[in-house]
Ligand binder design. Structure first.
Ligand code: SF4
Length: 250
């Protein structure tokens, strides 16, 4: 990483800025060492449209295809490429689901203690490989999502990629994202319109009831098998979710 920054000062300066202004700052600072990580959820749609509005079509958008996604997720990726001409690149794990099953002799996504390995192999490693050429990564996380994300900084270190994660939507809410996408007619994941507020792999995502938390449908089978655990479950592709957020360069 070639760029050193005082993150406390920088985050103070960026805090009142709009997502568009933060994206502009990121591009002016990192140039072609900037990329975006996309989950193909509603925030990804909004960020992709903002990049399109700013003419940043060459910027690489990393999509990790775990090979367990809903077909609608892959369709949305293709739709966004076609509609906006964005540079979305797909990365897959080294082993197919069948090869992984043969190696471990079981489906890793089914149990606590195993699912973390599955996410590491199928999400985190492909992401780190894709992120290697970059110093900074845009991502759609928001503080309003709660859990570990409540403490999100706009810019934070991601030691795994020896670079920075940048969250232009840190101050936005789901309603603001939906209003933005609707006003600009941005394609969004069709399952958001039903009862899937948060979408990951098909194997680890269920619908949610109106009285449930937005992320209640993620790894429901793991939580139900461990009802005593209050631990929030994440795939770990976002460094701050599992490691705690680090604000100062060490
Ligand atoms: S979300 Fe489930 S299927 Fe997808 S990588 Fe993680 S454990 Fe595996």
């Amino acid at each position: 990483m070639n760029i050193d920054m005082n993150l406390d000062d920088l985050n103070g300066k960026l805090e009142p800025q709009s997502p568009h202004e933060i994206i502009r700052w990121a591009y002016e600072t990192f140039g072609n060492r900037l990329a975006m990580l996309s989950s193909m959820q509603r925030t990804a749609s909004a960020l992709i449209f903002m990049l399109h509005e700013q003419g940043l079509h060459q910027l690489e958008i990393i999509f990790v295809d775990t090979q367990y996604h809903f077909p609608e997720t892959l369709q949305l990726r293709d739709q966004l490429i076609e509609k906006y001409g964005m540079n979305i690149k797909t990365y897959q794990p080294q082993k197919s689901p069948e090869e992984q099953f043969r190696e471990y002799g079981r489906e890793l996504y089914l149990r606590d203690g195993d699912y973390q390995t599955c996410c590491h192999l199928r999400k985190e490693i492909p992401y780190m490989r894709a992120a290697e050429p970059y110093d900074a990564m845009l991502s759609g996380l928001m503080r309003s999502e709660g859990g570990a994300r409540k403490k999100l900084s706009i810019v934070e270190l991601d030691h795994r990629i020896d670079g920075y994660k940048i969250h232009p939507l840190a101050n936005w809410t789901r309603e603001m994202v939906d209003e933005f996408n609707h006003r600009n007619q941005v394609p969004v994941h069709p399952l958001h319109d039903t009862v899937y507020p948060s979408i990951g792999c098909q194997t680890c995502t269920t619908s949610v009831q109106p009285n449930e938390d937005e992320r209640a449908g993620r790894w429901r089978h793991i939580r139900e098998a461990n009802p005593q655990s209050e631990q929030k479950l994440y795939c770990g592709i976002n460094f701050g979710d599992k490691q705690g957020i680090r604000k100062k360069k060490e």
